[in-house]
Design a protein around this ligand. Structure first.
Ligand code: COD
Ligand code: ZN
Ligand code: ZN
Length: 461
């Protein structure tokens, strides 16, 4: 917290004197950070910013981040226990879920028991959930920090069934999206406008059990672990209230589940993390659900050239539909794809994105961007324990290499706004949905993904 506070104060001190400087000085005296009014620069771009009022495309006005904080929204009245007494509130629910009993085995659909939510937890009836490659990484045992048996799934949408004591952000009946990256609102990252990486992420603290170190799932008398705290491959699932966002009452859950991961991750990587500029040239390595969402983000930011790279040519049709101007299959080339890209683009692309999760394509993406001004964004993660080796001169000349986690969005604040943008037809990730299957056909959904036949399969409970 102190480090983040110091960093902001340095930034604030460099700004014109007046209210902003006084606020910073006050905060310094008080020993706490000067809280910015609006840290959501990405949302300022295509959507306009609901918090700071910035018009679309004006994200870089420095004042925006340091305006006086608005009055906090009135807190929703805690729902009284009597109001929660729906049929199932407070009871164990038996329902369907897909369990990965161990790594390198397919999931199996089982009956599980789901315990009621404890304090600051929410139980949700999942209506729809997408299958993302990251879930396949769980099945293959290549994602770090996972305990088995586990219920995977992290791209869902549903309805709140019941809430535990102290939950004020949602109530039973609300439509919600579970957040695979929480926004606790309290940690140094949540208070810092320059990162969305809440310290409650699984990369920092385990999310395989609820915060009190117990599981809400059992099957055949055995404890089943959670995944990213949200386990959307269960008809009912429990999550901390920091990992849930209320969305528009009219949102179609079988579509907006994509905002839980795929679309938000890819679109935000272009809009928030890279901050793609109009007229620029972009290269997107990997044209799955997430990579195609990067293409959509580049297009909406006004990129002039978007080059898609994939070893599966079947992905090219949709990529071009969504804005790719050219597509390349590296298998057709006599030279490494990065050399071809550098030749095609006068010394390299302005922005490259790795959306596959392999170390070789990560270095290829870095090498394909302009030596002096190119930015390479890492969206995929390679298998657990991977190490990368690269020529440091690649960075010495001025390239930027950065990562993007869930598109850089502060999830609880931003996902509902993205859903509203979808309702207003500002973007349309529906085109990513190639298959809709009943939940029982989850293994078929994984087969479609692994054979390269699907972009996104949506499972319906
Ligand atoms: N060269 C070019 N293209 C390739 C190569 C290669 N060597 N290998 C595979 N591809 C293509 C595939 O043909 C496919 O089209 C595409 O790459 C990958 O797409 P999908 O559909 O398998 O994967 P997505 O889009 O669902 O997910 C991609 C991620 C990179 C997000 C995922 O794999 C990942 O790394 N997740 C971990 C990071 C994370 O946690 N992200 C946030 C939550 S998902
Ligand atoms: Zn995902
Ligand atoms: Zn946090």
């Amino acid at each position: 917290m102190r480090v983040a506070a110091r960093r902001w104060l340095v930034g604030a001190a460099a700004r014109p004197p007046g209210w902003l400087g006084r606020a910073a000085a006050f905060a310094q005296e008080a020993g706490r950070p000067h809280l910015p009014a609006c840290g959501r620069r990405g949302l300022c771009l295509p959507l306009g910013c609901a918090d700071c009022g910035a018009a679309p495309g004006r994200s870089d006005e420095p004042l925006v981040r340091y305006r006086k904080a608005p009055e906090p929204a009135p807190r929703q009245q805690p729902v009284q226990p009597a109001a929660l007494k729906m049929g199932t509130a407070g009871k164990v629910i038996k329902c369907k879920a897909a369990i990965a009993w161990e790594a390198n085995k397919p999931v199996s659909v089982e009956e599980v028991e789901v315990a009621p939510p404890k304090a600051r937890e929410v139980r949700v009836k999942i209506v729809a959930t997408g299958i993302c490659r990251t879930d396949d990484h769980v099945l293959k045992g290549s994602l770090p920090n996972i305990n088995y048996p586990v219920i995977p799934g992290h791209e869902g949408a549903g309805i709140v069934e019941s809430i535990g004591e102290g939950v004020t952000c949602v109530k039973p009946g609300d439509k919600v999206i579970p957040l695979c990256l929480p926004q606790c609102g309290e940690c140094s990252s949540c208070l810092n406008p320059d990162t969305n990486c809440c310290l409650k992420t699984h990369l920092y603290e385990s999310q395989n059990l609820m915060p009190d170190n117990t599981s809400r799932f059992t099957c055949k008398g055995q404890r089943i672990y959670h995944f990213l705290w949200i386990s959307t491959f269960s008809e009912y699932t429990v999550m901390p209230d920091s990992a849930i966002a209320k969305i528009d009452d009219d949102a179609p859950l079988d579509k907006v589940c994509l905002f839980g991961c795929g679309f938000s991750t890819g679109y935000g990587a272009a809009i928030n993390t890279a901050k793609v500029k109009p007229g620029s040239t972009c290269a997107v390595f990997g044209l799955g659900g997430v990579g195609l969402s990067v293409v959509m983000g580049c297009k909406s930011a006004g990129a002039a050239r978007i080059i898609g790279i994939d070893i599966n040519k079947n992905k090219f049709v949709k990529a071009k539909e969504l804005g790719a101007t050219e597509c390349i299959d590296p298998q057709d080339l006599k030279k490494p794809v990065q050399e071809v890209l550098v030749e095609m683009t006068d010394h390299g692309v302005d922005y490259s994105f790795e959306v596959i999760g392999r170390v070789d394509t990560m270095t290829a993406a870095l090498e394909s961007c302009h030596m002096g001004s190119g930015t390479c964004v890492m969206v995929g993660t390679p298998p657990a324990g991977s190490r990368i080796s690269f020529d440091p001169m690649l960075l010495f000349t001025g390239r930027t290499w950065k990562g993007s986690f869930i598109g850089g969005w502060k999830t609880k604040d931003s996902i509902p706004k993205l859903v509203s943008g979808y309702m207003e037809k500002k973007f349309n990730p529906d085109v990513l949905i190639t298959h809709t299957l009943p939940f029982e056909k989850i293994s078929e959904g994984f087969e479609l993904l692994c054979s390269g036949k699907s972009i996104r399969s949506i499972l319906l409970f």
